[in-house]
Write a protein that binds this ligand. Structure first.
Ligand SMILES: [Zn+2]
Length: 373
């Protein structure tokens, strides 16, 4: 689950989370519908009816986005890609796939189904409007609104710039045609950036000539598109880099461990201060018992350091651990999900290393510098 997200439901085994920024957008949309959009098309309603209609409409917009994401997730899962959760946040939704598609055909199917789902939803509400199925006027107003937003949702997402669905479709097509994933990603990223710039330019024009608020929205979305194109490319690169790296080649393979009976005082002076570390595994004859970090030490006053054994403040087993033969992607993911700054590396119940944030950064930096030459 994304940081700052609240789990609200579980559909087909997939956790659905709402990020707090989404609540802001929900209120903003409700307000703009109640105060501006509905009164123009449907004058003469009672004030409360505008607000009720607006709230239901923005809730259904939320359901529309959710269905769009569920479509991605369910197709991904049917093609063998596990899906953990769906998060709805400020600008829409995101499905958290555990792995990237390994074939262009799979990526194409997973990406295209989202916009298709939005078009299908628009079609349903269009039918409600066209065949006059709405039982009362505000239901008709909601149906009309949902046709418009779902078409917009599909249209925006199908723009051929990475990381939008259309960018993924484009990437899958180039990938399939050239059999070169890196080249395909780069082209889709550049088109994403170009579209971002076009939207920013169009937004500035709109703000000056047509309407300030819509213009600002365009600039904002363009900027988001532009910056996330590059960020997504880098994330993908990092992911594929990590896929071929074992924990054993990044970890600190000589972790300074400490016995459970040793005093906290000794830990601070001989390991933390002398070696510049912020953690130490607690082990007895090579067997991992727990881990002790700077944060654990802050829990007791300095005067008691001499008489307190490490075992009384450490975090005990069972801990999250990795094996030296795990790939780094697994390790990094485990650390990120559990908010860990370091993780013990264990083989046959024995501690063989520690993987810390500093080790990872050092590894990336050295690689980066070598790559430049
Ligand atoms: Zn999508």
């Amino acid at each position: 689950m994304m940081k700052g997200s609240l789990r609200v439901a579980r559909i087909a085994g997939i956790d659905i989370g709402i990020h707090y920024t989404w609540i802001l957008i929900f209120m903003l949309i409700t307000w703009s519908l109640a105060a501006g959009y509905f009164p123009v098309d449907y004058p003469g309603w009672a004030e409360w009816l505008y607000w009720l209609t607006a709230a239901v409409a923005s809730l259904l917009l939320f359901v529309s986005v959710l269905i769009h994401e569920l479509a991605h997730s369910l197709v991904a899962r049917s093609r063998g890609l596990p899906v953990k959760s769906i998060n709805l946040f400020l600008l829409g939704g995101v499905s958290n796939l555990e792995t990237e598609p390994e074939k262009p055909g799979v990526e194409f199917a997973v990406a295209i189904v989202g916009p298709l789902a939005s078009i299908a939803i628009a079609g349903v509400f269009w039918a409600v409007e066209y065949f006059k199925l709405a039982p009362f006027e505000s239901a008709e107003a909601i149906a009309r609104y949902l046709v418009v937003v779902n078409v917009l949702l599909a249209a925006f997402n199908i723009l051929p710039g990475f990381p939008l669905d259309g960018g993924r479709v484009l990437r899958a097509i180039i990938w399939g045609a050239t059999n070169n994933l890196k080249k395909a990603t780069n082209i889709a990223t550049i088109t994403g950036q170009v579209f971002g710039w076009i939207m920013i330019a169009a937004g500035v024009f709109m703000a000056l000539v047509v309407d300030l608020i819509s213009g600002i929205w365009f600039v904002f979305i363009g900027w988001f598109l532009n910056s996330s194109a590059e960020a997504s490319r880098r994330e993908l690169e990092l992911r594929s880099l990590w896929l071929n790296v074992r924990v054993a080649s990044v970890m600190n393979d000589r972790p300074e461990s400490i016995g459970p009976g040793e005093a906290v005082d000794k830990l601070v002076n001989e390991i933390y201060l002398r070696r510049g570390l912020r953690y130490a595994p607690v082990a007895e004859e090579g067997r991992l018992l727990g881990i002790v970090t700077l944060a654990d030490i802050k829990k007791i006053p300095m005067g008691e350091w001499k008489n307190t054994p490490v075992s009384s403040i450490m975090t005990r087993q069972p801990l999250k651990v990795v094996s030296p033969s795990d790939d780094m992607r697994t390790a990094v993911q485990l650390m990120a999900e559990n908010g860990l700054d370091q993780i013990p590396v264990v083989a046959n119940d024995r501690i063989v290393g520690m993987l810390g944030r500093a080790d990872i950064i050092r590894y990336v930096q050295v690689h980066h510098e070598l790559g430049r030459r």
